[in-house]
Structures are given as C-alpha cells and as structure tokens.
Design a protein. Structure first.
Length: 364
C-alpha cells in the first residue's frame, strides 16, 4: 500500500487492544462505586468519534450518555453533570487546551475522569483518574481511540447486564487487525483512482447516518476541510432532503458512508433519490462515491457485532483516500491553511495555539 507502514499499524492497534485489562479494571471499579451518567467530551475528531458510541448506547443500553464539545461543555455545563458523572476524554497530543481545561474542570468538580492519551506525561494526564496510554500517530490514531471506547462502553454495558455476549465479542474483536489491513488493501486501488479523479474537485458533500454519522462529520471537517482545504459539507442522511439537496452543483462530488445499522435505509434513500435528481438536472457532472463497510470481511460470528466496529472500519478504508489525496494534490495532511488565526492575528504570533501545535499542524 502506498505510504503506509504495516508493522507500525499492527503494533499501534494491537497495543490499544491490549489495554483491555486496564480498561476493565477501571470500569469495574467505577461500577462498584456507582455513577449517574457518562459524558463523552471532545473537540474536532475526538468529539466526532464519540457520536457512534452514544448512538450504540442509546439503542442498546439504559445508561445515560452525553456527547458534548469541550468548549461548549465549559461555557454551559449541563445540569445533569455532577460529581457522580464519569467523564471520558481522548487526545493524541495531550495538550489540547479545551480538553485539558474540561478535564481539569471535571476533576475539580469531583467527577471521575478516564483519559486515553497517545503522548504520556502531557498536561491532560494530571487530571486523569484513569489514564490509558498507548502510542499512536494520526494515520492510526482513530483505530486506537475506537478500540479504547468500544472496550470501555462494552464493559459498562456488560456490568449493567445489557451485553451478555461481551466475552464473545471481545475475544473476536482481538483478532481484528489483519481484517482492517485487508480492508485497506481491498479499497487501495479504488481510493487511488478516486483521488486522481478528484484532485481538483473543490466541493464535496459527505453523507452518513447512525453509527457512521460521526465519521461523515469527521472526514468532512478534519480531513477534507482542515487538512486538504477543500470546501466540504457533512450532512446526516435523514437531513439531506431538508435544504441540502438544493446545494448540489455541477462538478461537485457526493461521498456516501454506508454502515450496517438500523439507519441503512436512510442512506439507500439518499443514494436512490440523488441518482435520480443528478441524472435529470446535471447529467453526469456530479460524481457519487460509496464506501460500504458491508463489503469488508470481519472476524465476527454474530452479525450484530459488525455494527459496533463499523466506524473504525470506515476510518480504516477512508484513510487510504486521504493518503492518495495527499499525493495527488501535493498537499500534506499535516499542513494548516491559517494565514490569519481565528482571533484575527497572524498564526505565528497567536497565543491560542502552542508552538508544538503550530509546528505539527495537529491539535487533537
């Protein structure tokens, strides 16, 4: 595969899988002590990765969960947040200001904090009651984050008597790494072709639903917008017909993220209707590309397990598109397009970002 380090990927994801005993011990202790609810607190990609976890729990568990953007949480803490809450964080750098501030706030309020971090001994670690560390880089970070959150949520549900197949799922999940690699290889040529065809496309829509709405939101914002500087709109499949369909333009592309949960018919509706509208109004001047986790072989004997890992599978295969776009557009995935910062100053002199963030071009 182009520009991809297989041994490193295997190690990063395997190391995250091997956090299982630590995660189980932390969750078991929290459950024994008692808790009122679970808050997933993130920003950018880490917020997006929490959305499928909430979707999964909302449909499968009575445990009260909230997904919230860190800065909004700090500006207006929800009434249901108390010292009995469990607050879950994920961060690669360990020094994202909003994440560190929110973790500090939660810790000082008496709530318990669980933090997955890819850089140990960073500021966020100071505010972690339970620190889960394994090294990860950007191109394999999301698999590590999803592994941590899936294991943690599955354990909470098991302890609540709501996931009786926990042991079976976790044992089969431990075998997932070669299947993710095979999925990447399966999509390699397709992604290379798509990147070549769309290297100059300046407008995309990324559409998802259910377990994959978070991935659609993340890919549009964090990859195509932030890292490739392309005008992109993420839209939930159920909302596509409420105005967004009027924003179709000649020469743009639609990217459909198909998962394997209860909302798949919503994606079918977008696919069928957009094909009809595009043919009638634009001919062949709008391209539709589909990514479908159903095409990927996975190590599970129970079909219901596939839904749980679908966001991670989608990230694994679309990483191939990101990599080829980087090559075709001659635009590194680590470069920011910030001539003026959000506060109006020059980025170089801005105090909102650390030197490490400016140099690395990454702030999650």
């Amino acid at each position: 595969m182009f520009n991809f380090n297989v041994p490193r990927y295997e190690k990063v994801v395997t190391d995250a899988i091997n956090l299982r005993p630590q995660i189980e011990a932390a969750v078991d202790k929290i459950c024994k002590e008692g808790y009122s609810n679970i808050f997933f607190i993130g920003c950018g990609g880490t917020y997006a990765h929490s959305l499928p976890m909430k979707y999964w729990m909302d449909g499968s568990s009575s445990i009260d969960t909230v997904s919230v953007i860190a800065a909004e949480f700090m500006a207006a803490p929800p009434k249901k947040f108390t010292k009995d809450s469990v607050c879950v964080f994920s961060t690669r750098s360990g020094n994202t200001k909003e994440i560190v501030a929110a973790a500090k706030f939660c810790k000082e309020a008496g709530a318990r904090t669980i933090v997955y971090v890819s850089n140990d001994n960073t500021p966020v670690c100071e505010y972690a009651d339970y620190k889960l560390f394994s090294f990860a880089e950007d191109d394999c970070l999301c698999e590590a984050i999803y592994t941590y959150m899936i294991t943690m949520i599955a354990r909470f549900m098991k302890n609540a008597g709501e996931f009786p197949k926990y042991d079976q799922f976790m044992d089969e999940y431990a075998k997932i790494v070669p299947y993710l690699l095979k999925a990447k290889e399966q999509y390699e040529d397709r992604c290379a072709k798509m990147a070549a065809e769309h290297k100059d496309t300046d407008y995309h829509m990324v559409i998802g639903s259910g377990m994959l709405w978070g991935e659609a939101y993340d890919y549009a914002m964090c990859i195509l917008e932030e890292m490739q500087w392309i005008k992109t709109k993420s839209i939930h499949a159920a909302e596509f017909f409420h105005g967004t369909i009027e924003l179709l333009e000649e020469g743009m592309s639609l990217i459909l993220f198909y998962g394997e949960d209860e909302t798949r018919p919503l994606m079918d509706r977008v696919d069928t209707f957009s094909e009809k509208i595009i043919k009638e109004k634009f001919g062949t001047n709008i391209c539709v590309n589909k990514f479908d986790t159903k095409e990927v072989e996975l190590p599970f004997t129970d079909p219901e397990f596939r839904k749980i890992v679908s966001p991670m599978v989608m990230y694994a295969i679309t990483e191939r598109l990101s990599c080829h776009l980087e090559k075709e557009r001659n635009h590194p995935l680590t470069r920011w397009n910030i001539k003026l910062c959000i506060c109006g100053c020059s980025l170089k002199g801005c105090s909102l970002f650390t030197k490490e963030e400016k140099d690395a071009g990454s702030h999650i």
